[in-house]
Each structure stands twice: as structure tokens, then as C-alpha cells.
Design a binder for this molecule. Structure first.
Ligand code: SF4
Ligand code: MG
Length: 325
């Protein structure tokens, strides 16, 4: 399959009172047509900022200061705000954790769905309405005619997330970016939404960039996994290989702390220690303070992402041979 999105050496910095925070630090990855790539890591590791950087949606004190984001033959970093807004919701659909934050409380669901469909697909109001109905029904929501006349606060979280997916799909995007799409939902609804996203991917051959802290979600959804830590990619590979044979101590830790069904999400990760302060980074492995295998070299030089098994890469001195040291 052809490469749809290629991110190369992405660098996103935030300017704060305490200094420059390297939130996304030399991140590269690619998504092929029809492929789901999951970015996984603890909160604060840079995964959401990576996704927001693609769409020029980072907060004002942040800036993409390096790299390339190639999508369908264009470098997205060269596009104007206007062009990127056109792309968003047209060729690229986005789904966020809290559907309420992306919906306008004073407009009905129908009003919020029909207008972008009209605008992006150049349909009449009547045809856009028809398309909205089809999508709502396809996403397993009964009584579409009734739903379109409701306001966001009149729907449950699971229903709203379905509506967000309907909106994201309404313009037949090539890529869907979903940031923790099920994190705010209860377990049963979560499973339904994940099923839905999988069906969509199969039916439309849509590519997906899925951001999550939840390895259960990764196991169910990913073709390829990118593990981020402190703004960097520390390991990546096809999902089966990565789960069967994790290489980086951080990935191993995440997998050991695998979710227990019914347990609360925010207590999943139990790797001791904290993500380092991203202002004071120096030449070192950023995981060294939490790593039980840390050696002298780990505190002096940064390991680079190296192929260590077929298709699998890790950035760790345990796997570097002498010549790289
Ligand atoms: Fe641990 Fe060293 Fe590997 Fe970092 S480079 S993960 S500190 S062994
Ligand atoms: Mg996040």
C-alpha cells in the first residue's frame, strides 16, 4: 500500500515561563493507505501534540519548528491556515476525547452536520440532510430524524462520540485522526465505538492515526505502533511483533502494566518514577531515571532509533553495538 502520511523529524516546541519545552522532539513515522497507526504513551509524552501539530492546532505558545509532514504530495507545514482548515474535515477527519468540546451547544446536531457536508461536498441542503441521515443510521443510532433536531446536551457521551465520528466521516476523509476517542466513555460503549471505527476502516479503507494511553485499545486497533516517551519515539513496529517481543524497557513496562478489565484508567501505569522535565533535557536517554537497566552511557549519550528486529526499531543502548557508542 502507498504511503499516505509521512512525518519526518517533527519538532514542536513550547515557550513557557520556565523555558523551552521540547514537546515533540524529532519524531518520524508514516501511515500507509488503509493502515491504523497507534501512538501510545503516558500522558504528557507528546502524543496529542504530535497529532495537533499535523493540523496546525497547537496552542498559541507552541510552534512547529522543524520537520516535514507530507500528506498526499503536500507538506502540510507549508499550507496556510485557510488551506489547512479546508483539509481538516475534508481529507482529514478528527475525533477528540471530549465530543462536547468540538460541538457547539447552541446548534442542533443536524445544523452542525449538514453545513460542513454542504460546504465540503458541494451538496444542496436537501442532499446534505440525506447524507447526514445515512451516516447517523450507519453508525447505529436509531431515530435519525429525531436525533438531528436535538442539541448536544440532550445526548449521552457515547451518542455524541458517534455523532463526532459521523461528522468526521461525512466528507469521506482519507485519514482519520482520533485522540483518545473512547477514554471518556464507559467500558461497554468504548467497545462499541472501537468496533465502529474498525468497521469504518474496513469499509472505506480509511487510514487512521489513533492516539491512546490504553494498550488494550492498541491491541484491538493497531496495525503498527509508535511508542513515545518524553517527546521522542522510543520504539516502533508492527503490533504483533511489538506485543510479542517488546525491546525498549519503557515498552516492556507499559506492557507489564497492562490494563485489568474494570480497573480505573488513570491507575493503569505503574512504572515507577516520572516523565522528566522537558525543559532541562540534556544528552541522555530520557528514560534513564526510571530504567532498571540504566548504564553509564545512558546518562551521557542519547540512543538513536535503530532497527533491532525485522521491522521493529528501538532507541536504547542495550541494543546498540560498540561502533555507535
Ligand atoms: Fe534504559 Fe539505557 Fe535503554 Fe535508556 S538507553 S532505556 S536507560 S537501558
Ligand atoms: Mg492527550
Amino acid at each position: 500500500n502507498e504511503t499516505l502520511l509521512q512525518v519526518k523529524h517533527l519538532q514542536t516546541n513550547f515557550y513557557t515561563e520556565n523555558g523551552v519545552v521540547k514537546a515533540v522532539n524529532d519524531v518520524s513515522f508514516a501511515i500507509r493507505e488503509g493502515e491504523t497507526v497507534c501512538i501510545v504513551g503516558e500522558s504528557g509524552c507528546g502524543k496529542s501534540i504530535t497529532a495537533l501539530s499535523l493540523m496546525q492546532l497547537i496552542p498559541e505558545n507552541g510552534k512547529v519548528e522543524g520537520g516535514e509532514i507530507n500528506f498526499s504530495g503536500k507538506n502540510l507545514l507549508d499550507l496556510s491556515k485557510k488551506d489547512i482548515r479546508r483539509l481538516r474535515g475534508n481529507e482529514i477527519g478528527m475525533i477528540f476525547q471530549e465530543p462536547m468540546t468540538s460541538l457547539n451547544p447552541v446548534f442542533t446536531i443536524g445544523e452542525q452536520m449538514i453545513e460542513p457536508i454542504q460546504e465540503h461536498l458541494l451538496l444542496s441542503k436537501k442532499d446534505a440532510y440525506k447524507k447526514a441521515m445515512e451516516l447517523i443510521t450507519m453508525l447505529g443510532i436509531p431515530n435519525a430524524e429525531k436525533i438531528v433536531n436535538l442539541y448536544p446536551h440532550e445526548l449521552s457521551g457515547g451518542m455524541l462520540q458517534r455523532i463526532m465520528i459521523a461528522i468526521a466521516l461525512s466528507c469521506n476523509p482519507k485519514l482519520i485522526i482520533a485522540d483518545e476517542p473512547t477514554t471518556a466513555l464507559d467500558v461497554t460503549i468504548q467497545a462499541q465505538i472501537l468496533d465502529l471505527l474498525r468497521d469504518i476502516k474496513k469499509e472505506f479503507n480509511t487510514s487512521m492515526l489513533l492516539i491512546t494511553h490504553d494498550l488494550g485499545v492498541v491491541a484491538e486497533m493497531a496495525d503498527y505502533v509508535v511508542v513515545m516517551y518524553a517527546g521522542k519515539v522510543v520504539e516502533e513496529g508492527p503490533v504483533l511483533e511489538l506485543f510479542k517481543n517488546p525491546q525498549h524497557p519503557y515498552t516492556k513496562g507499559l506492557l507489564k502494566a497492562k490494563p485489568v478489565i474494570g480497573e480505573r484508567k488513570d491507575r493503569l501505569y505503574t512504572i515507577a518514577g516520572q516523565v522528566p522535565n522537558l525543559v532541562d533535557l540534556h544528552e541522555a536517554c530520557y528514560f534513564a531515571d526510571r530504567c532498571e537497566h540504566a548504564m553509564d552511557i545512558c546518562r551521557m549519550k542519547q540512543p538513536v532509533l535503530t532497527e533491532i528486529a525485522k521491522g521493529q526499531k528501538a532507541a536504547c543502548w542495550l541494543y546498540e553495538d560498540g561502533e555507535n557508542r
